[in-house]
Design a protein around this ligand. Structure first.
Ligand code: BDR
Ligand code: CA
Length: 313
């Protein structure tokens, strides 16, 4: 089968970094046509540096990396160094990248790639705030009909929020961009906290990465070892949720996930619930369904897939 063409739009972040590695370890399934970076977990200069580091770690210096939006569409940037460490990928233990970014803003790169590809050829995978994708839709609305789908990490409904009681980080940081994306008509598959909070690291699961005696295995183990401290200490969780790798795992093995196609709207008005993903799970409205919202994951198979693929790098 021809590999599926994807653009990864990302703000690495340890979990973004692992998602990028999972995609780059799977060339038989996925062709990463570009990585576009956005400000989110840490400022843009760092998310871009971290994306370049992951390409180098995977031996894929051929991947075009384009830097994107430096801040959200309307609101001030909110970052999450308290989760990810000052660099965004604390624990990776890697040298500074020598690879450089490609010229051209990420928003232009997304438009150019989608408009020059065949209809339905490109899938966009946002792993951070939706600023770049929202801006691309505002600048060139025709990309909406040309995209195959968007598979994103963001939101939460039964599980609530992680940045505020109501809102998940990615949607909270740029709710206006998220609103543009969820109103675009593009088929959306959404990996919310309801799924990712079931994909938790554990000592046994981390040991599988420690056993991979390669630079990638060591970096993944180091990053996740750092990353899980926050969730264990702050939330009393068993380990760290591997949010963003769920997006790539879904592209590789969709049967690991279960959900429902329902209407989803984004809160952009109330300060109290800003960035909330309002999911009409029970059909309380007549709104048209616009997103497949995942709720179930086979976490054991997910971690097995992740370890198998990372071992290939
Ligand atoms: C999301 O926010 C970031 O901290 C993670 O990288 C993930 O994309 C989880 O809420
Ligand atoms: Ca992210």
């Amino acid at each position: 089968m021809t590999p599926r063409k994807i653009i990864i739009d990302t703000d690495p972040g340890q979990d973004d970094a692992v998602a990028i590695l999972l995609a780059l370890a799977s060339p038989q399934d996925l062709e990463v046509v570009a990585i576009t970076t956005v400000a989110g977990n840490v400022p843009l200069a760092l998310t871009t540096r971290n994306a370049l580091m992951m390409c180098e770690l995977a031996g894929r210096t051929d991947i075009p990396v384009h830097a994107g939006a430096i801040r959200p569409m309307v609101r001030d940037l909110v970052t999450a160094e308290y989760v990810h460490g000052g660099s965004g990928i604390a624990g990776a233990g890697l040298p500074e990248p020598t690879m450089t970014i490609r010229s051209g803003h990420a928003v232009d790169a997304i438009i150019e790639i989608v408009m020059s590809a065949a209809d339905g050829e490109i899938t966009v995978c946002p792993l951070g705030p939706l600023t770049n994708v929202g801006l691309a839709l505002v600048r060139e609305p025709r990309i909406a009909e040309r995209l195959h789908e968007i598979v994103l990490m963001g939101g939460g409904f039964f599980e609530g929020g992680n940045r505020t009681p109501a809102a998940e980080f990615n949607i909270y940081v740029d709710p206006h961009a998220a609103d543009v994306v969820f109103r675009s008509g593009i088929p959306i598959t959404m990996m919310p906290l309801d799924v990712t909070h079931q994909a938790l690291t554990s000592p046994e699961r981390l040991a599988r990465f420690a056993a991979i005696d390669t630079p990638a295995g060591r970096a993944v183990h180091g990053m996740l070892d750092f990353f899980e401290r926050f969730d264990i200490e702050r939330y009393g969780m068993q380990g760290a949720p591997l949010h963003d790798p769920c997006v790539i795992a879904y592209l590789l093995e969709p049967e690991l996930f279960g959900g429902k196609t329902v209407p989803v709207r984004i809160e952009t008005a109330s300060e109290l619930t800003m960035g909330m993903t309002v999911v009409d799970w029970w059909g309380a409205t007549d709104d048209a369904p616009n997103a497949t919202v995942m709720r179930e994951i086979d976490a054991d198979r997910f971690f097995r897939l992740l370890a198998e693929r990372i071992a290939l790098l």
